[in-house]
Design a protein around this ligand. Structure first.
Ligand SMILES: C[S@@+](CC[C@H](N)C(=O)[O-])C[C@H]1O[C@@H](n2cnc3c(N)ncnc32)[C@H](O)[C@@H]1O
Length: 268
């Protein structure tokens, strides 16, 4: 397989990868045949998947806009993926042009591409780090500078915690991050949910189990528990299209089929 020049040396092009499969669902070009094959098999099992991914991306944009309108100018986007299709810095700066964004991902392709896109942007940076090692992530100089005492930060964990296995204790990961945040900070979270996906959950997780990025879908109670210590803003934890929709029509007739759950919490 030929290696495009934006792919860092050492990247395994023989195995599908979550960031690139997601890029394919969104209609992007930063993916390989192995990723497209994986996505095609997943869509055969679950035809609504591309629509769910777009609903997730739209939630990310609306939540960032919501927080920017409430004064947030610092964003820490963990599991940021390949920042095309309405990235955080565009959504935030449409409201607050001075917004600073630190993107974090553990995938070298996502990070390399992110750095290309953000080249020359003095208010954004991209960090290669693993969410499961919160102390390592917090020690990064760009992350540490963003988390200056006294300045609230919006932490985004959008469609990433379902890639954190129960053995890696996602609740503890979020709590460790929460404890490092200045008061008034926010958590933006979306997560693949078991609700509304009773038939698809088993085969879909089985498909991901054979990849380097297994997926753990969780129920409403587990996802709500990830907000421990935060106050959920209205309307609470809901299906992706139901969170502050741009119009009542935008929710669509079956929001429960867009099975990701989403919410925003504030730290007092
Ligand atoms: C489905 S994409 C979500 C991208 C973006 N947050 C969004 O919702 O549009 C999940 C991303 O999380 C990243 N990821 C998965 N596990 C991670 C971990 N342990 N640490 C950092 N990033 C991770 C993947 O590489 C991928 O880019």
């Amino acid at each position: 397989m030929g290696r495009p020049n934006w792919v860092p040396a050492g990247t395994d092009l023989e195995k599908p990868n979550a960031a690139r499969v997601y890029d394919y669902y969104l209609g992007g070009s930063h993916n390989f045949e192995v990723d497209r094959e994986m996505a095609r098999r997943a869509v055969e099992l679950w035809p609504e998947l591309p629509q769910i991914m777009r609903a997730n991306r739209a939630f990310l944009r609306r939540s960032v806009q919501y927080l920017a309108e409430r004064g947030f100018t610092r964003f820490l986007d963990i599991g940021s993926g390949i920042p095309t299709f309405g990235p955080v810095h565009d959504a935030a700066r449409a409201v607050r042009p001075e917004s600073r964004v630190v993107y974090v991902d553990h995938d070298p392709v996502a990070v390399a591409h992110s750095r290309l896109i953000l080249d020359g942007d003095p208010l954004s940076s991209t960090v290669l780090a693993d969410l499961r090692d919160v102390d390592g992530l917090l020690a990064d100089p760009d992350v540490a500078a963003l988390l200056e005492p006294g300045e609230p930060v919006a932490v985004l964990l959008v469609a990433v915690l379902h890639f954190v296995d129960d053995r890696d204790e996602p609740e503890k990961v979020v709590a460790r991050l929460r404890d490092a945040l200045p008061p008034g900070s926010a958590l933006v979270l979306s997560h693949a949910s078991l609700e509304g996906a009773a038939e698809q959950a088993g085969p879909h997780q089985e498909l991901y189990r054979r990849t380097p990025t297994p997926l753990t879908m969780r129920d409403r109670d587990r996802i709500t528990g990830l907000f421990d210590g935060f106050d959920l803003v209205e309307p609470g934890l809901v299906y992706l299209p139901e969170w502050h929709p741009e119009s009542p029509e935008a929710v669509g007739p079956h929001p429960e089929r867009m099975t990701g759950m989403a919410g925003v919490g504030l730290l007092s």
